[in-house]
Ligand binder design. Structure first.
Ligand code: FPP
Length: 254
């Protein structure tokens, strides 16, 4: 017998997820992704690394819409880390151009799809044209009410914590008044709930300085699939794995 209280699928992605065993009433609210493996994907196909990043951009466009259709409310992705500047100049400038192109080209589509865009990271040191494109994207989508898509650009988790500590000092917060809430509200995107599920592609079992404050209790899902090959079934698999975990937040199992 079908339980009448179980939420019914509203679209193809949700039907697919339900068929795979996903409970639509217990989706992770906030999913964060470390989109790794673009370079390896490209060399595996005998192509330049930047071709892998371009393919990764296509995957990202698709996954954002799939996550939204599935019912995920917040998606945050690691687009460029504070450590990625150490890559060869050609790759760094290629990535900057690609992200700027994406920000400009996707603007109308993101508005139409009701996506709200936020950016986490230090934009002071990115090329001004990229900074402007990202600020346009944030401003033009600010009133949207669908999925919140956060791009981490020039983002480092430790740097974010250092910036938050600086803000505490600038605000004159006394040592005794400093608590987790005071620090949390000085992070780059304080309106975001903490991620529930952190996905990493391409097999590496590392955090790589991504959302290290916010992901304290996130469930980690690592897949060997490279980011350009990450498909909707991989997303569903990650959500299923998440739903099978027993989230205890330091307490005992219920
Ligand atoms: C890691 O793969 C990926 C990145 C450093 C960049 C992620 C960028 C994209 C998905 C391109 C589009 C982004 C936006 C925001 C439009 P890697 O190069 O470290 O792969 P490897 O470990 O195989 O070398």
């Amino acid at each position: 017998m079908v339980e009448s209280s179980a939420p019914q699928p509203h679209n193809e992605i949700q039907s697919r997820a339900v068929t795979a065993g996903v409970n639509l009433a217990a989706l992770p609210k906030h999913v964060a992704i470390i989109m790794d493996g673009n370079g390896r994907w490209a060399s595996g196909h005998g192509m330049m690394r930047l071709v892998g990043h371009r393919q990764g951009y296509k995957t990202l466009k698709r996954v954002l819409l799939e996550a939204s259709d599935l019912g995920i409310q917040y998606l945050t992705v690691y687009g460029f880390s504070a450590e990625n500047w150490r890559r060869p100049e050609e790759e760094v400038s290629g990535l900057m151009r690609l992200i700027e192109e994406a920000a400009r080209n996707e603007l109308n589509d993101l508005i139409e799809k009701n996506v709200r865009v936020l950016v986490a990271g230090d934009l002071k040191t990115v090329p001004p044209t990229l900074r402007n494109a990202l600020n346009d994207l944030i401003a033009s989508t600010a009133e949207n009410t669908g999925i919140t898509f956060t791009l981490a650009i020039n983002y480092g988790g430790r740097a974010e914590i250092v910036d938050a500590v600086r803000a505490l000092l600038r605000d004159g917060v006394a040592p005794d008044e400093i608590d987790e809430e005071a620090l949390a509200k000085r992070m780059y995107c304080p309106s975001l709930p903490d991620p529930d599920l952190m996905i990493r592609t391409a097999g590496e079992m590392r955090w790589s300085n991504f959302l290290i404050w916010q992901a304290a209790y996130a469930e980690l899902f690592v897949t060997d699939v490279s980011w350009p090959d990450f498909g909707v079934d991989n997303l569903i698999e990650a959500v299923l794995a998440y739903q099978e975990r027993d989230r205890k937040f330091g307490a005992l199992s219920s």
